[in-house]
Each structure stands twice: as structure tokens, then as C-alpha cells.
Design a protein around this ligand. Structure first.
Ligand code: FES
Ligand SMILES: [Fe+2]
Length: 436
């Protein structure tokens, strides 16, 4: 269990909260680049960490992200005119550029200097891997983009999707660092239990045959390394090693040759988050069959409404649970790994009261991750910034699933397999607003 005060501390992310301050020290995956497809296109409403924002692509192709309310008298810039490398509020015509400078104030006297006294809050944006990232941290602080393996791949190697999740980010993320649930929620209901194969995700037989793995966790410069040990025959262990990467990423392994996967769990506000999903092949482009698997809706990429990114199977229709399938087919009766996760995590309430939970040894990774986040946020309150936020290279890791002799320590046996295959840092392509 987690004391109620710690639960509040970890789950409140608005501006002015300790956890909100910590999360704002890291770059935020904010939008798909495809959501702003063309220069001078319609602005988008964006909500991140409880802040209402407006994004637009200027006519020279940069992405801008401004506080939603016009600094004049607060009308929403969502209704603004995206023109002349800025956004013009339709209420009285004030215009702001991508850095937040007021470039025109047509309803004030021409000789007035007032426009130089007014700024819109603007956040820097960069694009990498089809994702628009932003930095919401305080002016004057800098963060490095994380060199996540998937984020450095060329087009064709990666599928990115996002879906709305109607619960607190931590609750969703704790599913991503909970290897124990894979043998249940994402399994088939058969005797003997069978591994699940769907949507490009394949769990080997060890997962179904040994459903109470032993866990080891290890704190790292970027987060937490999570090793789950299952029996593999008489002499071996199947080690499934995944990572939590500060402040909201998780990645998971695959058998050799299969795409790797991962998520980002980003607060929209304290009751909603974006669940980003990534599938990739570092060494080659994804094949047509792999892409079809990912688009099937059976894996981590849910079928969503293209405008709202809400899953079509959602809490309003009980995630389309099929009780007949639950009796005879899948363990959950819910189609799709993403929807299975969503059903269980959203069913806990928007923010679960963790003072009521009963954690077992299988929850070791959750305990380690909470401790780390608490420690980092408390340190920041004392003026110590999180080191990983400034060290993009710390993120050059990948997950691994390996069978090792029982006598081989997993850290040594899996060391080479845990290094990312994309060592070259690529430069971000676009920036706007203040330098970060
Ligand atoms: S409220 Fe935006 S210009 Fe007046
Ligand atoms: Fe899951």
C-alpha cells in the first residue's frame, strides 16, 4: 500500500505540484506530427499536465505551442487565424509568433509600444520520429531529448500510435511495469495455458507455463531495470527484462526477430493520459505482415476514433467484452492488448486509492518505480534536478528476452542484448519558442 499523501504526491501533475515540476523537466511527447500535417493548417487544442494549449504549424513549417488563452482578454487562440508565421486572435486581432512575441496589435494606436510589453506563453517544440515533443520546464532550464531507440529510427522502421486513456498516468504506467499480468490478462484460457499470439505480440510458452516469475529490479541512471525469471526446461531460465525510463516511458522485449515495443504515459490532466504505443525494428524496416499485425487492433495499437483518439472499445461499451470468448477463448474476453490494459486500469477509478492495495512480491517493479519518482520529485523540491533529463544518451537501452543457463547471472548474460542498436544521435528537425 501507499500512504494517501504519497499517492496524491505521485499523481498530481498540475503546474505548482512537486510531481508536475519533476515531469516538466523532461521533454513531453505532445502530438503526432501527422496531427499538424500542413503549414498554416487549422490550430489544434492540446491539453498537457493540466495546461490548456494551442498548437499550430506556421507557414515556414515549424510547430508552435502556446497557452490557449490570448494574453489580451483571454479568448482562445484555437479560434485564431494561422497566418504570417503566427496566430492571430480573432477577437481583436492581436498576433503572436511561435516564440510568443506579440507581432501585431492592430486595435491599439500605431505609435503605441504596448505590444512589446505583452507575450504569450510559448513552449519549444521539436519533431523526431513522427512525434512533436515539447518542453514545459521553466525558462532557463535545459533538457536533452531522450535517445530512445525507437525515436532515432528512420521512417519505415517504426509504428507510432496514441490513444486516450481515462485514468491517471501513473495508474496506466504501472501496467507497463507489471510483467506479472502478462501471463493472465494477455493470455488465452486453455488447459494447459497457452501463450498469446496476436497483433504482432508473441509470448513464448514459458510465460504460460510459469505464471509466478521471480522478479529482480535494479535502479539505473535512466530509471529501473526489471528482470522477470521464469523456468525454461530443467537447466535454464527465461529472463524477460524490461525497463521503466524516467519519467513516463516503458519498453518491453520480444523474441529474436520480432518487433520491440514500448509506451509513453503522458498526463493530459490528473484524470486522463495519452497512452503512446511504439513498435519497431531497429535493424530493418517493418514488413507488410508486421504492419498488418499492428494495424489489426489485436496488439498494443488500439483501434481509435481518428479525431478524439478514444478507443472504439471503451468504458461506455464495457470494452466490448465477450463472455463466451472469456469462457472458451481469451482469458479476459476483451479483444486487443491495448483494450485489455485499458479495461483493467480504467476500472480502478480515475485515481486509485493506493492506501487500499495489497502489494505482493510480484509488484516489485511498481514499488521500485514509485520510490524512484518520489525520491526525484523530493530532490527537485530541494533544488536537485533529475540527472536523466539532461542525459539523452542514458536512454540508449533496449529490452531483452533471453534463455540463460541457471548458473549465469542475468546482468552478465543479457548485457549485450540490453544495448540499443541506434547509437547515433540524430538532430531534432524543428524548433520554435524559447531554446531548451
Ligand atoms: S482577446 Fe485576443 S485580441 Fe483580444
Ligand atoms: Fe498489458
Amino acid at each position: 500500500m501507499l500512504p494517501a499523501a504519497d499517492n496524491r504526491y505521485l499523481t498530481r501533475t498540475g503546474r505548482g505540484t512537486p510531481m508536475g515540476a519533476l515531469l516538466r523537466r523532461f521533454w513531453v511527447p505532445a502530438l503526432l506530427s501527422a496531427e499538424l500535417p500542413t503549414p498554416d493548417g487549422p490550430p489544434l487544442r492540446v491539453r498537457l499536465l493540466g495546461e490548456d494549449l494551442v498548437a499550430f504549424r506556421t507557414n515556414d513549417g515549424r510547430v508552435a505551442l502556446l497557452a490557449a488563452n490570448c494574453p489580451h482578454r483571454g479568448a482562445s487562440l484555437f479560434f485564431g487565424r494561422n497566418e504570417d508565421n503566427g496566430i492571430r486572435c480573432v477577437y481583436h486581432g492581436w498576433q503572436f509568433d511561435a516564440a510568443g512575441a506579440c507581432t501585431d496589435m492592430p486595435n491599439e494606436p500605431a505609435e503605441s509600444n504596448f505590444r512589446h510589453e505583452v507575450r504569450a506563453t510559448a513552449y519549444p517544440c521539436v519533431e523526431r520520429a513522427g512525434v512533436i515533443w515539447t518542453y514545459l520546464g521553466p525558462a532557463g532550464t535545459a533538457a536533452a531529448l531522450p535517445d530512445l531507440e525507437w525515436a532515432l529510427l528512420p521512417p519505415g522502421h517504426l509504428v507510432v500510435s496514441k490513444r486516450l486513456q481515462e485514468c491517471n498516468y501513473l495508474q496506466a504506467m504501472e501496467g507497463g511495469i507489471d510483467p506479472s499480468h502478462l501471463s493472465f490478462l494477455h493470455s488465452k484460457k486453455e488447459a494447459p495455458p497457452q501463450p498469446l499470439e496476436s497483433g504482432g505480440i508473441r509470448f513464448p510458452p514459458y510465460m504460460a507455463l510459469d505464471r509466478h516469475p521471480r522478479f529482480e529490479t535494479l535502479e539505473t541512471p535512466y530509471g529501473v531495470l526489471i528482470a522477470a525469471r521464469r523456468r525454461a526446461g530443467d537447466d535454464g531460465y527465461y529472463w524477460r527484462i524490461s525497463q521503466f525510463l524516467q519519467p513516463w516511458y516503458t519498453i518491453f522485449p520480444a523474441d529474436p526477430g520480432l518487433p520491440l515495443g514500448g509506451h509513453a504515459w503522458v498526463p493530459i490532466d490528473d484524470e486522463h493520459c495519452w497512452t503512446w504505443s511504439f513498435s519497431w525494428q531497429a535493424d530493418r524496416p517493418l514488413t507488410a505482415a508486421e504492419l498488418a499485425d499492428m494495424q489489426s487492433g489485436l496488439g498494443i495499437h488500439a483501434h481509435v476514433d481518428p479525431k478524439t483518439f478514444r478507443a472504439l472499445a471503451n468504458r461506455d461499451n464495457d470494452y466490448r467484452i465477450d463472455r463466451a470468448d472469456q469462457r472458451s477463448g481469451s482469458y479476459s474476453g476483451i479483444r486487443g492488448i491495448g483494450e485489455q490494459d485499458m479495461a483493467t486500469q480504467e476500472s480502478m477509478g480515475t485515481t486509485y486509492d493506493r492506501s487500499k492495495e495489497h502489494l505482493g512480491v510480484s509488484d516489485a517493479a511498481i514499488i521500485a518505480t514509485r520510490r524512484q519518482l518520489l525520491r526525484l520529485a523530493r530532490a527537485l523540491e530541494q533544488g536537485v534536478a533529475p540527472a536523466a533529463a539532461g542525459d539523452g544518451a542514458a536512454y540508449r537501452v533496449r529490452s531483452a528476452a533471453v534463455v540463460l543457463p541457471r548458473t549465469t547471472p542475468w546482468r552478465a548474460g543479457a548485457a549485450a542484448a540490453l544495448i540499443a542498436r541506434t547509437p547515433q544521435q540524430t538532430s531534432a528537425t524543428t524548433s520554435a519558442g524559447a531554446t531548451a
